[in-house]
Design a protein around this ligand. Structure first.
Ligand SMILES: O=C(O)CCC(=O)C(=O)O
Ligand SMILES: [Fe+2]
Length: 409
């Protein structure tokens, strides 16, 4: 066999190795890289490597180093294929290391939790029979698997919530160092800024207050929520992104998996919506399509669960959720919460804000995104701030160390 080669590195960042046709060592070999049967790139094995020259392989000029696209997740490796350019001759790759869940038969081809597997009912039943789940927890998990969300009434005490709101008022007046808001005020352009009280009542969120507030960590890690997430994840939860809203922001129906990226298993994600006050209809209350977490994957760029490499597909994605709702009969639900109620939603539940018709009324809430503590949000590839574990939950932030600086109040 005159063609020889080696794959020396294959991971979410690089595909590297060498290849040579010994009968024609100057005619360089070209390859196509495919994900989900779509060509995402090509390369020619013609780079110089001294060790290859020393070994008298192709004159040393037959190496390659292919950089994966940005926002290429570990989960995408499971669907990676390599072939000789423009042929149907595929190269057998060293077994990519997909997350276990990514190869299991889950609703989404990109992974999931045990409750997303085709055999979830058998697993739920077995856990229940083994005494690992109470009756109440088994029913809750069943509802979550069916509907894509579950509600915990009065999960957070009134006193704790009022203390947190007092602290938020302080944060707006005298922000701790490193605290940021994301705002679309005043002109619709998105900006990250230190809190500026002028924008509090607009299309604005406070980011990751748990990094600065022990009270926020207590609220996010309310015991019934931590218990549920630990059961769902089969691991302690890790809070890795939170948003505080003062008002509804009229966010369109979306699925968090497109934007909130968990590396290796994009479906190993859940979020909580904690009402910091009673929520009235018309204030931009949280809405969702019941059961939408079980609809087929939307493929960004034809290959990805994540939007970021394929932003041009975002309008079609948002539109597809309304079409799916019609096709599969997902009814619209609303969370008209009382203060202290918490709704936990599935990674792939379509949700958004109802229109704001009562501009005089606030709708204060804390939204927290969680993954299993054994996994990392994608941003940890580039942001490594200190983390903290408290109340059975670990906390990591993209923007600042958790618990490390600038507490006030
Ligand atoms: O506006 C809301 O409360 C929803 C926020 C949201 O969708 C999210 O943070 O994932
Ligand atoms: Fe969301």
């Amino acid at each position: 066999m005159p063609i020889r080669g080696s794959i020396d590195r294959i991971d979410e960042q690089f595909l590297e190795g060498w290849a040579v046709d010994d009968d024609h060592p100057t005619a360089k070999l070209a390859f196509d890289v495919l994900v989900n049967d779509r060509v995402i790139g090509r390369f020619i094995a013609d780079s110089f490597r001294q060790d290859l020259k020393d070994a008298d392989i192709g004159g040393g000029e037959c190496a390659f180093s292919f950089a994966m696209p940005p926002f290429f997740g570990k989960q995408d490796l499971a669907n990676l294929r390599l072939r000789f350019a423009d042929s149907n001759l595929f190269i057998v790759l060293p077994t990519p290391r997909p997350a276990e869940a990514a190869v299991a038969p889950t609703t989404s081809r990109f992974g999931g939790l045990w409750l997303d597997r085709a055999d979830w009912m058998d697993r739920l039943s077995a856990k229940h029979r083994a005494g690992k789940l109470s009756d109440a927890m088994a029913v809750r998990l069943f509802q979550f698997a069916r509907d894509g969300y579950t509600v915990f009434e009065k999960a957070v005490g009134t006193r704790l919530i009022e203390r947190l709101k007092g602290e938020l008022d302080q944060f707006w007046l005298n922000p701790p160092e490193g605290l940021l808001i994301e705002t679309f005020e005043p002109d619709g352009a998105m900006r990250y800024l230190p809190p500026d009280a002028r924008w509090r009542h607009g299309r604005t969120k406070l980011l990751d207050i748990f990094a600065h507030s022990e009270l926020a960590r207590q609220v996010a890690a309310a015991p019934p929520v931590v218990e549920f997430l630990s059961t769902l994840f089969e691991d302690a939860p890790k809070a890795f992104q939170s948003l505080n809203f003062h008002n509804g922001t009229e966010a369109p129906m979306h699925k968090d998996t497109a934007y909130v990226k968990v590396d290796g298993n994009p479906l190993a994600l859940a979020a909580s919506w904690t009402a910091l006050e009673d929520v009235e209809a018309g204030t931009g209350e949280l809405e969702y399509f019941i059961g939408s977490h079980r609809a087929p994957d939307f493929l960004f760029g034809g290959i990805s669960k994540w939007m970021e490499n394929h932003a041009e597909d975002n309008p079609a994605f948002l539109e597809s959720l309304h079409r799916d709702a019609e096709t599969y009969g997902h009814n619209r639900g609303k969370f008209l919460a009382r203060r202290g109620d918490v709704l936990v939603w599935h990674a792939d539940l379509a949700h958004g804000d109802a229109p704001v018709t009562r501009v005089d009324r606030s709708r204060q809430s804390l939204v927290t995104h969680f993954c299993p503590s054994g996994l990392e949000p994608f941003y940890r590839r580039t942001s490594q701030h200190a983390t903290l574990t408290e109340h059975g939950c670990s906390f990591v932030s993209q923007y600042s160390p958790v618990g490390g600086n600038g507490r006030i109040g």
